[in-house]
Design a protein around this ligand. Structure first.
Ligand SMILES: CCCCC/C=C\C/C=C\C/C=C\C/C=C\CCCC(=O)SCCNC(=O)CCNC(=O)[C@H](O)C(C)(C)COP(=O)(O)OP(=O)(O)OC[C@H]1O[C@@H](n2cnc3c(N)ncnc32)[C@H](O)[C@@H]1OP(=O)(O)O
Length: 154
């Protein structure tokens, strides 16, 4: 179950490698709300996203998709807290202040990964999130992320 349009398709001017629709060489992940404080993302790896062994997904790619899924969730939440639709009015931007990933099991390269992010805490300056990444139903990575609000000219 997921709500509405992809968050990334509502955020303007995003050239990010992991989540920017404007980045033709990027991963172009898509995230969706699932209720008030939770969001989901499914990403299908390509063969060249592999680790040393070709059957496993690269850890940097795992960190990137977690980073982008959680930061885009924080951005969309910022708009929600402001009472506005995502991407409307003055821009709301968050950057990654902290990204802490625990790699618990290898993720298969030929299976989609499923991410679930949860908002744990929010203040004016920062949003704290957790994230789980699963591959073929197996928990492969967990993460804690601090998203910090930055000026819209950042
Ligand atoms: C380059 C990325 C640009 C992102 C945004 C810009 C444009 C957006 C355009 C489109 C957006 C669309 C989609 C999203 C895009 C990308 C997703 C991926 C995101 C990234 O890939 S982004 C690149 C990597 N990222 C950086 O390049 C950041 C470098 N860094 C800094 O620019 C500063 O370091 C900053 C701003 C992080 C903080 O600096 P600061 O001085 O402004 O804020 P300050 O220190 O006052 O912290 C305020 C509150 O955050 C807490 N806090 C801060 N850091 C913490 C930590 N590490 N652990 C725990 N808590 C932390 C404090 O404890 C305090 O909390 P409290 O208020 O509760 O005390």
């Amino acid at each position: 179950m997921r709500d509405g349009a992809a968050i990334q398709d509502q955020i303007p001017d995003n050239h990010c490698f992991g989540c920017g629709p404007q980045n033709d060489h990027g991963l172009q992940i898509k995230s969706y709300w699932r209720g008030e404080n939770e969001s989901v993302c499914e990403f299908t790896p390509l063969p060249h996203h592999c680790a040393g062994p070709t059957r496993y997904l690269n850890g940097g790619i795992i960190a990137t998709v977690i980073d982008c899924h959680t930061i885009c969730t924080a951005i969309a939440d910022g708009y929600r807290q402001a009472g506005r639709d995502t991407g409307t009015g003055n821009k709301i931007w968050y950057a990654t202040g902290k990204l802490e990933v625990q790699y618990r099991a290898p993720a298969e390269i030929d299976e989609p990964v499923e991410l679930t992010a949860k908002i744990l805490e929010r203040t004016e300056r920062k949003t704290v999130l957790s994230c789980e990444l699963k591959s073929a139903g197996r928990l492969c990575a967990t993460a804690n992320v601090v998203a910090v609000r930055v000026p819209d000219n950042w």
